[in-house]
Design a protein around this ligand. Sequence first.
Ligand code: AMP
Length: 287
Amino acid sequence: MRIIRSPAAMQRQALAWRRDGVRVGLVPTMGCLHAGHMSLVRRARQAVGPRGVVVVSIYVNPTQFAPHEDFRRYPRDAARDCRACREGGVDVVFRPSDPAMYAGGRARGHSTYVAEERLSRTMEGASRPMHFRGVTTVVAKLFNLVLPELAVFGAKDFQQAAIVRRMTRDLNFPVKVVVVPTVREPDGLALSSRNAYLEPAMRTRARALWQAIAKARAGVRARPAPGAAALKRHLTRFIERQPGARVDYLEFFDPATLEPRRRVRAGTRFALAVFLGRTRLIDNARL
Ligand code: AMP
């Protein structure tokens, strides 16, 4: 397994692969890798085959964090991540530095951004205003540096995957966007690098997210179809019964357009963001 740190070296390698007809699959991550990330790696390998290459990018992208968010304390463990990639059969880890990716920082160099303007308005986009602009910018840069034929994303970040897919289509990137189901703990909690922030009591309370999804699923079976507003009130009360839990948003929406739905029925997507103390967790599922 090779570790590439310089964007220029990454792009030179990608151009050589392209010249030689090597198939390339990209898995973009922020590191602190867990079994959810490794399921993306397996999907990429399955797509490119044994003679193709799987590239995992590990980059905590500063432009997708607001100043008050957890960019500085986001868990980083390069040695452990590289070991996991080696054991997972990854060919190349691309691990650039901030100055290399953003030309010496916002003030001195980088001044071009990619922004999706419709799907980004709700949920994570409403809660974290510049977040998706940072995501689409860094993903566009990674596409240009790695030149993958496919890129794998997790359904855990459902809105992100929808926005990346839209950007890819709108800007004609020759990349196939593949979305892989969410990997969960035995009690239903979605695996996330941010779970590392939870102390044991909060970890137990974090089950409320999955329990809320189960309750929303049960709600769908009610006749007549329940109203989204009433269900949101009910689920907010349920979640906030846990000490230290605060709902940031709950949304019922159309999975294709991400438009909110007033009535909840089978096929509606449900997403939620919840603070447990200082830790903000997100999850979503099809109802
Ligand atoms: P992150 O490192 O959190 O930015 O995530 C990198 C990629 O892994 C994103 O496409 C996520 O959606 C995906 N991912 C994160 N957690 C999970 C999970 N529990 N199951 C599947 N994919 C995940």
